[in-house]
Design a protein around this ligand. Structure first.
Ligand code: GAL
Length: 678
C-alpha cells in the first residue's frame, strides 16, 4: 500500500479546544494560551461543533473570533487541526430545512437536538456544508497554523428518509443491474418476499423487513458508502476552495456502524478517539484491548496514525467516572505512540462550564489551576513527546496479520444460528491477537480486500464466516508459497451476498486444510468441552484445554490431527489439525478454545518456523507489552509494564535506552524505549 502520510516531523500533543464557548471570557482565552505552552501543547483541534458561532444566521459568516484564535495560537507556536463543523447543525437550519433532520428506522423524523444526526443525502445539508467548508478553506485553508483538516466528528448513524430510500434503490440498481439478480442474491422466494422493481425496496426496519439478511447487509454497505460519499463531498469543497492540507476523520473504538476500510481512499491519514475503561478487567488485559484497537487503526492505511482524542482523567459518559491513578495517563498515552501514533491528543483542553460535558475530564479544570495533578501529568506527557522527536514518522513492520473483515462480521452477527446470543467474534479475534503479542510480535490487521497479504509470514483468520473478493484464492497461494495460515470454526460458510456455499466448507480451502466441516454444535452458556492432545502430535502439545460456545465437527483428509474432543457424542473427533500444503502449513481450529490454548499452540508453531519476534530470546511475562517502530536507520522498541509488580528487564547490548530510567527492571506503568541501529 502506498504510504501517503509520513507524519508532521514531530510528535503532536494537544486536543479539542472550544474557544467559542469562552468568547465572553477574554481573560480565560488569554490564560489558555499560557497554559497550553506550559503543558507542551503544540496543536489544537478547532471549530468541531462551532457552526452556530460561525454562521449565526443563514449566509452570515462570523469568522473573526476564529481568525483571532488561529493567529494567536500561531504566534505562540501552536498549530491547528481545523474542523469542518458538520457534526452539529444550528437550530435555524433545522427549523428552516427540516429535511436535514434524520428519519429513524421506524420512519419517524427526529426533532432538533443532540449531534451527529444529519441526513447524509439531503441536498440542502450538503449545500450548506459545501458553502461553509469552502468559506473556511478560503479563509484559513492555507494559513501556516493549519496542519490538517479534521472532517466533521465521529461520523456514524443512518437516515431512513425518503431521499435516502431513493439513493438506496439506485445504489442497488447499480450493484445488481436487474431485479431478478437482486432477488436471487437475497434469496427472496423465501417467505414470498420477491420484489418486482427496485422502487419497492425499503431499508430494513423493526416494523417491516429485518430478517432478509441480504437486504440488511447491503443496507449496511450502503450506509458506509453514503457516509464515505459525504466525507468525500466535504473534502472536495476544501480542495475546490484551494486548500490541499491533509484531511482525516476521527474514528471510534470497535465501531460497527461503518466499514472504515472504505474511507482510506478518501482521507490522507487515520485518526481515532480512544476512551478505554481502565480498571474494568485489569490493566494488563485492558492494555491488550487498547493496543489491539491501535493496531487496527494503524493497519487501515499501514502508515502512522493519530490519536485524536483521549481523556486526561475520567470521562462523564461511561457508567462510572473513574479517575486514572498517577502514571496511568502517561502509560496509556505512550502506548498509542508505541503502536504507531504520531500524537497524543485529548478531549478536551478546557472543561466546558455547562451542558452535557461539563463534568468530562479536561487538561484545564473549572478551577482554572495549573498546579493540579492532572495538569502536571499532561505536562509530563508533553515533555515526553518532545524528547521522542526521533520517532516521528517511523512505522511498524509486522510479519503477522489477523484477518478482520467488517462485512463478514456484519453478515455473521445478523444471521440466525448457530448461537444467536454470543458468537463471541471480538473475543475470537482477541485470542489470536493476545497470543501473538504474548509471543513478542507486532501484529497487523487486514480485510478481504487487502492485496498484500503475501507480505506476511503468518495469517490468522478467526471466524471468517463470509468469503468475498476471491479471498480464498489469496489464502491458498499464501500457503502454497510458504505461509502459515490459521483458520477457525465458522469460516468460509457464505458468499458475499450471504448465500451459503453448496459445497464443503471452508469453501475453496478444504484441500488446503485437509479437512471439511460437517456440522457445528452451538453449546449452551456454562457447558464446556475440551481438547485433548493426540499422542506424538507434531507440536508436542501435552496439555488439555477447555472450549465452549461453538464446536465444529470436521472430517479429515490429508490433515494431521493434533487434538481431539474429550467429551460429548463427538469425543475423539478433531479439534486442532495441521495440513502441509505447497511450501506452507494450514492449521484449522475447530472450537472456541480458551486463551491458554492459543498461547501455547501459537508459540509452538512459531518456534517451529523461521519467524523471529521483536527481540529474539527475550521472555517477558504477559502484561509487559513489547512493540516496535522503525525508520531507515533505527528500530525503536517500546516496553511497557501493565502489571502491578516490577519486572526484570535486560536487553541485549545493541539496544540503547533512549527513554526511561537506566535500571535493569521495569516498574508498574513504566515505559522504556530502546534504539537499535540497523
Ligand atoms: C467523543 C467525541 C467528543 C467528546 C468525547 C467525550 O466521542 O468525539 O466530541 O464528546 O467523546 O468523551
Amino acid at each position: 500500500m502506498e504510504q501517503k502520510f509520513q507524519g508532521f516531523g514531530k510528535l503532536l500533543h494537544g486536543g479539542d479546544y472550544n474557544p467559542e464557548q469562552w468568547l465572553d471570557y477574554p481573560e480565560i482565552l488569554e490564560k489558555d494560551i499560557e497554559y497550553m505552552k506550559e503543558a507542551h501543547i503544540n496543536v489544537v483541534s478547532l471549530g468541531i461543533f462551532a457552526w452556530a458561532s460561525l454562521e449565526p444566521e443563514e449566509g452570515k459568516y462570523e469568522f473573526s473570533w476564529l481568525e483571532e484564535r488561529i493567529n494567536t495560537l500561531y504566534e505562540n507556536g501552536i498549530s491547528v487541526f481545523l474542523s469542518t463543523p458538520s457534526g452539529g447543525k444550528p437550530k435555524w437550519m433545522s427549523d428552516k430545512y427540516p429535511e436535514i433532520l434524520r428519519v429513524d428506522e421506524t420512519r419517524h423524523r427526529d426533532f432538533y437536538g443532540f449531534r451527529h444526526n444529519h441526513c447524509y443525502t439531503s441536498p440542502v445539508y450538503r449545500e450548506k456544508v459545501r458553502m461553509m467548508n469552502m468559506e473556511l478553506a478560503r479563509r484559513f485553508g492555507n494559513h501556516p497554523a493549519v496542519l490538517a483538516w479534521h472532517i466533521s466528528n465521529e461520523y456514524g448513524g443512518e437516515c431512513h428518509c425518503p431521499l435516502c430510500q431513493k439513493e438506496f434503490q439506485s445504489w442497488l440498481k447499480e450493484r445488481y443491474g436487474t431485479i431478478e439478480a437482486l432477488n436471487n442474491a437475497w434469496y427472496t422466494r423465501f417467505w414470498s418476499h420477491t420484489y418486482q422493481s427496485f422502487e419497492q425496496i425499503e431499508s430494513p426496519s423493526s416494523r417491516g423487513e429485518s430478517f432478509l439478511h441480504g437486504l440488511t447487509l447491503d443496507w449496511k454497505r450502503f450506509v458506509t458508502e453514503r457516509t464515505a460519499d459525504f466525507a468525500k463531498w466535504e473534502i472536495k469543497a476544501l480542495r475546490d476552495a484551494g486548500s490541499d492540507k491533509p484531511a482525516t476523520i476521527n474514528m471510534m473504538y470497535d465501531f460497527q456502524g461503518l466499514n472504515y476500510h472504505k474511507f482510506t481512499d478518501i482521507i490522507d491519514f487515520v485518526s481515532w478517539d480512544n476512551y478505554p475503561v481502565w480498571y474494568k478487567k485489569g490493566h494488563a488485559l485492558l492494555a491488550m484491548d487498547s493496543g489491539m484497537q491501535h493496531d487496527m487503526m494503524r493497519s487501515l492505511m499501514k502508515q502512522p496514525f493519530l490519536l485524536m482524542e483521549s481523556c486526561p482523567t475520567s470521562t462523564n459518559w461511561q457508567s462510572v467516572s473513574k479517575l486514572k491513578e498517577p502514571g496511568l495517563l502517561e502509560a496509556a498515552s505512550l502506548q498509542a505512540v508505541a503502536h504507531g501514533s504520531e500524537s497524543v491528543l485529548y478531549f478536551q483542553i478546557r472543561q466546558s462550564r455547562g451542558s452535557y460535558e461539563k463534568f468530562h475530564g479536561a487538561v484545564i479544570a473549572h478551577n482554572g489551576r495549573r498546579d493540579t495533578r492532572v495538569f502536571k501529568e499532561v505536562e509530563q506527557v508533553g515533555s515526553d513527546l518532545e524528547m521522542m522527536i526521533s520517532l516521528a514518522g517511523s512505522i511498524t513492520k509486522a510479519k503477522i496479520a489477523i484477518v478482520c473483515d467488517q462485512e463478514s462480521r456484519w453478515a455473521m452477527e445478523d444471521s440466525a444460528g448457530p448461537r444467536n446470543k454470543g458468537l463471541h467474534y471480538k473475543e475470537a479475534v482477541e485470542k489470536s491477537y493476545y497470543a501473538f503479542r504474548k509471543a513478542g510480535f507486532d501484529v497487523d490487521f487486514v480485510d478481504m480486500e487487502t492485496d498484500y497479504i503475501e507480505e506476511y509470514q503468518v495469517i490468522a483468520a478467526p471466524m471468517l464466516y463470509m468469503f468475498r473478493c476471491g479471498f480464498e484464492k489469496k489464502l491458498r497461494s499464501f500457503v502454497e508459497n510458504g505461509g502459515i495460515l490459521l483458520m477457525t470454526y465458522w469460516s468460509g460458510i457464505v458468499d458475499e451476498t450471504d448465500l451459503c456455499y453448496l459445497d464443503e466448507v471452508p469453501h475453496g480451502l478444504t484441500d488446503v486444510f485437509g479437512v471439511y466441516s460437517e456440522e457445528i454444535d452451538g453449546i449452551y452458556d456454562g457447558m464446556k468441552n475440551c481438547a485433548v492432545p493426540t499422542e506424538g502430535n507434531s507440536l508436542e502439545l501435552e496439555k488439555t484445554y477447555t472450549c465452549e460456545y461453538l464446536c465444529d465437527l470436521v472430517n479429515t483428509g490429508s490433515a494431521e490431527v493434533l487434538m481431539t474432543y474429550g467429551k460429548d457424542f463427538y469425543a475423539g473427533k478433531p479439534v486442532l489439525t495441521c495440513n502441509r500444503y505447497g511450501k506452507g502449513k494450514a492449521y484449522y481450529i475447530c472450537a472456541d478454545m480458551e486463551q491458554a490454548f492459543y498461547d501455547e499452540v501459537y508459540s509452538r508453531l512459531i518456534a517451529q518456523s523461521e519467524l523471529q519476534p521483536i527481540i529474539p530470546g527475550l521472555k517477558l511475562p504477559a502484561g509487559v507489552e513489547i512493540t516496535s517502530r522503525e525508520n531507515e536507520q533505527d528500530v525503536f522498541v517500546f516496553v511497557q509494564n501493565y502489571l502491578s509488580e516490577t519486572v526484570n528487564l535486560v536487553l541485549p547490548g545493541e539496544y540503547e535506552l533512549i527513554f526511561g530510567e537506566k535500571h535493569e527492571e521495569i516498574k508498574p506503568l513504566e515505559t522504556m524505549i530502546f534504539r537499535r541501529k540497523k
